[in-house]
Design a protein around this ligand. Sequence first.
Ligand code: GLN
Length: 489
Amino acid sequence: MTIPTTIAQAKKMLETKEITALDLTNLFIQRIEKFDAGENGIGAYTETCFDIARKQAEKLDASGDFSKPLAGIPYSLKDVVSKKGMKNTAGSKILENYIAPHDATVAKKLEDSGAILLGKVNTDEFTMGSSCENSAIQKTVNPWNYSKVPGGSSGGGSSSVAKYLGLFSIGTDTGGSIRQPANFCGISGLKVSYGRVSRSGIISYASSFDSIGPLAPTVDCCARVLEIIAGHDEKDATTPEIEVSQYSSVTSSDEKTLAGKKIGVIKEFTEAEGLDAEIKKSFEKSIETAKKLGAEIVEISLPLTKYAIPTYYLLVKAEASTNLARYDGIRFGSTSECENLDEQYLKTRSEFFGEEVKRAIMMGTYTLSAGYFDAYYLKACKVRTLIKQEYDSAFEKVDALIAPVSPFSAFNIGEKIDDPLTMYLADIFTVTANLAGICGLSIPTEKVNDMPSGVQILGKAFTEETILEIGNVLEKEFGFTDVREGEMV
Ligand code: GLN
């Protein structure tokens, strides 16, 4: 039996009893065993919970009730999202044996909606990175070409969804970690507005930037997940009481028009240094396509873009250095044998943190220290406000912005790992959304340089409905989902 490749398809099959929840769960488990596990596998899943998944499916079948929105839909959680009784390693040796004592709000909401968890998936250590190579737990490859990175930090999520080892995955995006891996693996990924989804139960990187969202085969799948996980949560004070729309009502239509939509193209993005010529060409094709579908395209200038990377890295590393202080080998983290507290602190952190995390702690501690705080941290906070204002005024002129996601498609494993600065600079198109707190949706369009590529649609904070609507039309017009199905199933 062939697998359903979207949530809507799976739902229909379950509701009409064409397949049982147990059979569906087993189909995905078999794929994970075949394509993910072992030496020659993709290496996306860090831990699985197949027995629990099967039991949950059996229970659903016995009840015969598939009315819950995600009843029987198999999925995975990035290994920074707490699921009670399962590990939550954050891709780090320091949390290698840490078992989550509770469910993150998203995990709880998904369970209540009937979704079936298959396991946890790989991430760069503490979500710092853009290739998944910073994971201390295992190596994950890109299913389109095993010598390429799957993107990061949600690389386990992107590779597993592209290979249909689940129908969606929950990832986090602090500076592009959902949109960029989705782009590298040819799937859709939604970075929600800051505060749209509760961060409770997630291991944080930079608390004022972190956002939680889905990586999924289609925009419609993203919408269906978003309407479950979005909303106010009393456990996260940054989630406002803004109504949660029925997002899938705008993505389930097959109508292909963008008439009446005004979409901006960011001048500074198209002129960015390092943008691969083929990616640029493909991006221009997306703009033409949007125009052909009826959208009005206007050029928008965001001159502060040139400060985005330094501002972002300065701030996230400062927040990270504070967040990481808790890993002291006492309450969290592995313990080494030590004479005193100072030694324990030093030994644990030297031994169990990876290079990128140590870089974050050093950079962050420096910029927060007395004497440098005003010159670096405070100044970056001010620039962040200006960048946000620049986006606010752009959204007075347009409904959404269209932009590339990454300056290049998936690169070779090992190619950039020793060059952190190049890696940082490659985040140019993604980090501004997190600085400004707005939403962004990455969609696949076509293959470029033999690997999947696509664009992102950026929207004003809490206008997920608009970007999902636009993204859905473009995604269907490009039809990349058929290409993926052809190669991956
Ligand atoms: N590559 C970026 C960083 O390391 C983004 C990571 C993320 O969004 N979690 O900060």
